[in-house]
Design a protein around this ligand. Structure first.
Ligand code: ACO
Length: 326
C-alpha cells in the first residue's frame, strides 16, 4: 500500500517585469487603484516571439530534476492551459517532444484557472488506478497574448508563468489526502474568450470586434470566487475530519488579494498560513497555484509533514481544492 503525492516541483516566470507605473502609460489607471483593489504591483510578461510551451518546458525540466526521476520514467504529461500554443497539436505533445519524454502519453486539459487542481486530481486517479505511475502535470499560461491592452478592466490583472509537479507514489499516509472539483456551466459567460473556436471562427470581423480577448464580469467572478474557495476548502477538510487548525498552509489561486482575504476570513485561517505572490506576478491563471507551491517548497516554508490546501476557481465556471500532507 502507498500514498499518492507530489514528488517534485518546478516553475518558470519570464524575466520581463511590467509594473503598475508602466501600465499608467498605456491605460487610464493608477498604481494606487491597482494596488488597493487587487494587491498586484507587477507582473511578468513573456517575450512576443515565445509561447506557452516555452515556459511549460522549463518549469517541467525543473520539476523532473527535483523529483529525482529521469525523463524516461514519466509515463503521462498533462498540460493545463487556456492559452495553448495552438488548438492542435496539444501543448502537452509539443512539450513531450521537446523534453524527449518518449514513454509518455500526452494531452491538454482545460479548466481555466482551476486547471492545476483538475490536473492534479486526474493525475491522482491515473496513479491510483494503476494505469500510470509517474505523471507530469504542467500548468502554463501566456495570458498577455489574449489580454486587450487597451482595456483597463482586465489588462492590469494578469501575468505569464508556468508551474509543474511530478505526481507519483509516496509513503502511505502522505501525499494527497482528499480532493474536490466542481463546475457550474451556467456562469460560463462571466469569463470567456469568445472567438477562435468553432462557434466564432477567426475572421477579420471577430478580430475587429476584439472577440479574441478575455471578457470578464469582475464583480460576479469576485463573489463566486470568495464563496467557492471557502466551500471547497471546507469540503476537503470535512471529508477527512480535519479542522482549520490542522492546516499549515493555504495556497489559493492568485487573482486578487481581496478575494484571498475574504475567503481566508470565512475559513478563519491565520493570515501567515496563507501564501500570496500575486503582488509579484498578478493572476497567471492555472500557473498561479503551482508557482506559489514551488516557491513555498524551495524556500522551505513548506516542511515535511505539513498539511497544505491548494484551492482555486476560474472560468467555466470551475473550482476545486486538494488537501495534501507534504
Ligand atoms: N484602473 C482604474 N480604474 C479602473 C480600473 C483600472 N485598472 N479597472 C476598472 N476601473 C474602474 C471601473 O471602470 C469602475 O469605474 P466606474 O465605477 O466609473 O464604472 C471602478 O473602477 C470600479 O470598478 P469595480 O468593478 O467596482 O471594481 P472592483 O472593486 O470590483 O474591482 C476587479 C475590479 C479587480 C476586477 C475585481 O472585481 C476582481 O478582482 N474580480 C475578480 C476577477 C478575477 O478573479 N478574475 C479572474 C478569474 S479566473 C481567470 O483568471 C481567468
Amino acid at each position: 500500500e502507498f500514498g499518492i503525492g507530489i514528488i517534485g516541483t518546478g516553475s518558470y516566470v519570464p524575466q520581463n517585469i511590467v509594473t503598475n507605473k508602466d501600465l499608467e502609460k498605456i491605460v487610464d489607471t493608477s498604481d494606487e487603484w491597482i494596488t488597493t483593489r487587487t494587491g498586484i504591483r507587477e507582473r511578468r510578461i513573456l517575450e512576443k516571439d515565445k509561447s506557452t510551451s516555452y515556459m511549460a518546458k522549463i518549469a517541467a525540466e525543473r520539476a523532473i530534476a527535483s523529483s529525482g526521476l529521469n525523463s524516461q520514467d514519466i509515463d503521462m504529461v498533462i498540460v493545463t492551459t487556456v492559452t495553448p500554443d495552438m488548438a492542435f497539436p496539444s501543448t502537452a505533445c509539443i512539450v513531450q517532444e521537446q523534453l524527449g519524454l518518449k514513454n509518455a502519453a500526452a494531452f491538454d486539459l482545460e479548466a481555466a484557472c482551476t486547471g492545476f487542481i483538475y490536473g492534479l486530481t486526474n493525475a491522482y486517479a491515473f496513479v491510483k488506478s494503476g494505469l500510470y505511475k509517474n505523471i507530469l502535470v504542467i500548468s502554463a499560461d501566456n495570458l498577455s497574448k489574449i489580454v486587450d491592452w487597451e482595456d483597463r478592466n482586465t489588462c492590469v490583472l494578469f501575468g505569464d508563468g508556468a508551474g509543474a509537479v511530478v505526481v507519483s507514489s509516496v509513503d502511505l499516509g502522505k501525499g494527497i489526502l482528499s480532493m474536490d472539483i466542481g463546475a457550474d456551466g451556467s456562469g460560463g459567460e462571466l469569463l470567456t474568450q469568445p472567438a477562435g473556436g468553432s462557434l466564432n471562427p477567426s475572421t477579420e470581423e471577430t478580430v475587429k470586434k476584439k472577440l479574441h480577448f478575455i471578457k470578464m464580469e469582475g464583480n460576479s467572478v469576485f463573489k463566486f470566487a470568495v464563496k467557492t474557495m471557502a466551500q471547497s476548502s471546507k469540503k476537503v477538510m470535512d471529508d477527512i475530519s480535519f479542522s482549520i487548525s490542522d492546516i499549515d498552509h493555504l495556497i489559493p489561486h492568485q487573482a486578487n488579494m481581496r478575494i484571498i482575504e475574504s475567503a481566508s476570513k470565512r475559513l478563519k485561517i491565520d493570515k501567515d498560513k496563507v501564501c500570496m505572490n500575486l503582488d509579484k506576478y498578478g493572476n497567471m491563471s492555472s500557473a498561479s497555484i503551482p508557482v506559489a507551491l514551488d516557491e513555498a517548497v524551495r524556500s522551505k516554508k513548506i516542511k515535511d509533514g505539513d498539511n497544505v490546501i491548494l484551492v482555486g476557481f476560474g472560468g467555466g465556471l470551475t473550482w476545486g481544492a486538494t488537501l495534501l500532507k507534504w
